[in-house]
Design a binder for this molecule. Structure first.
Ligand code: FEO
Length: 392
């Protein structure tokens, strides 16, 4: 795609990756993604804001064909989907300086072997003049790596935010046109990579609150012409109270756990509790991550195999532990054939979760009447605890 004008002497560049379906060999991208770079031409200096994933380098370099001079390249974040083409850009513009945080400098040297003399490091709130336009660099660490920053273009009141506020969507829309669609994609992205760092991200939001932002230009997905939409969404994901919802990641081998899950879900619904159910054998883990953003309770469903939880259930527990959602309660349900340490193994896998563990329900083989009664009791306990915490 050719560069697209956003404002006078400000252009979108980069690449829309329609076909990508997996990020980090882990995260599903059902709607593809984009790697947005931006070109800002001041009256004296020209800057390129971030670059693109290396497989898309040629597209960015062709967009830069008509650009005779670049004085600065900003690297907001050292991850290669934004930084990976910096070496080629610096090769094309040997006089350009690379502006980063001090921490990013070390990481870019490690990851891309960029020579030390190319760098200018900036302090938090430092400014760089392009002549009639001024860049202000705001350190916003842990989005989702420690070195991250954003740039505020003062005269145009545009915030270039890189991963922060981004969404994995491949689209020809330069700006957000369907807020519902972008909300879901941005929530998924927040859940997958930023949720574990939400306390720091909350501070980053506070830091941005004093800026008059007319537009947010992230490095994934469309530009926000109404920044309050995504800023309010982030506030809600971070600070909103947990909801009257149970997230139920489960796996079943011979239908016993499945029967328990079905019965349990019905018991919860009868008591007014919402359930988001995920069969870990087939689920999109991005959807599971998204459900974990708001849910008050996590219940893991698993059969016992090789003396412990099914590996998919262990994966679900590992993921929940790593994402550190704001859930308050956790339990386990499932079946076993003759014994095992399923509960102990799973309980040992979630040290990061600040949850109250509610008595699990394990059935020997197919669930008996007593087991079903125990599931009713578990549903009742959860519904009562949710009500006690004001969740209706
Ligand atoms: Fe889009 Fe953390 O890179």
């Amino acid at each position: 795609m050719k560069p697209r004008k956003i404002r006078d002497r400000i252009y979108w560049m980069g690449s829309v990756d329609w076909d990508r379906r997996l990020f980090d060999s882990l995260i599903p991208l059902p709607d593809g993604t984009s790697y947005n770079a931006y070109l800002i031409e001041g009256s004296e200096k020209t800057v390129l804001v971030d670059t693109v994933d290396p497989p898309m380098a040629e597209e960015l370099l062709s967009q830069l064909q008509g650009v005779p001079k670049i004085d600065y390249v900003i690297s907001h974040h050292a991850e290669q989907d934004h930084s990976g083409t910096i070496p080629q850009v610096l090769e094309k513009y040997p006089g350009a300086k690379l502006i980063t945080t001090p921490k990013a400098k070390g990481m870019l040297i490690d990851l891309l072997r960029i020579p030390e003399e190319c760098f200018i490091t900036v302090k938090d709130a430092e400014t760089v003049s392009l002549g009639d336009k001024t860049l202000k660099f705001i350190h916003t660490p842990w989005v989702h790596w420690p070195e991250t920053m954003v740039t505020y273009l003062e005269e145009d009141r545009i915030l270039f935010s890189c991963d922060f506020f981004g969404s994995h969507i491949a689209t020809t829309d330069l700006y957000v046109t369907d807020e519902g669609r972008v909300y879901e994609a941005a929530k998924r992205y927040y859940a997958e990579i930023m949720m574990p760092f939400r306390k720091v991200i909350e501070k980053n939001l506070e830091k941005l609150a004093s800026y008059d932002i007319e537009m947010i230009a992230p490095s994934h997905g469309p530009i926000y012409p109404r920044p309050s939409f995504i800023i309010d969404a982030y506030r809600n994901w971070i600070l909103g109270p947990p909801l009257n919802t149970v997230v139920l990641p489960y796996v079943s081998m011979h239908e016993s756990t499945r029967r328990m899950v079905d019965y349990f879900v019905s018991a919860l619904v009868e008591r007014g509790v919402r359930v988001e159910q995920f069969n870990l054998a087939v689920t999109d883990i991005g959807k599971l991550a998204m459900a974990l953003v708001d849910a008050a309770t996590i219940v893991i469903g698993t059969p016992t195999i090789l003396g412990g939880p099914h590996p998919y259930a262990a994966y679900g527990a590992f993921l929940a532990n790593a994402l550190r959602p704001k859930a308050k309660f956790l339990s386990i349900i499932g079946s076993y054939g003759w014994g095992g340490k399923t509960v102990n193994v799973l309980a040992g896998m979630i040290p990061n979760l600040k949850v109250e563990v509610i008595e699990p329900v394990l059935a020997k083989g197919l669930p008996s009447e007593n087991d079903l009664k125990a599931l009713e009791n578990l549903a009742e306990t959860i519904a009562t605890k949710h009500k006690k915490h004001g969740m209706e």
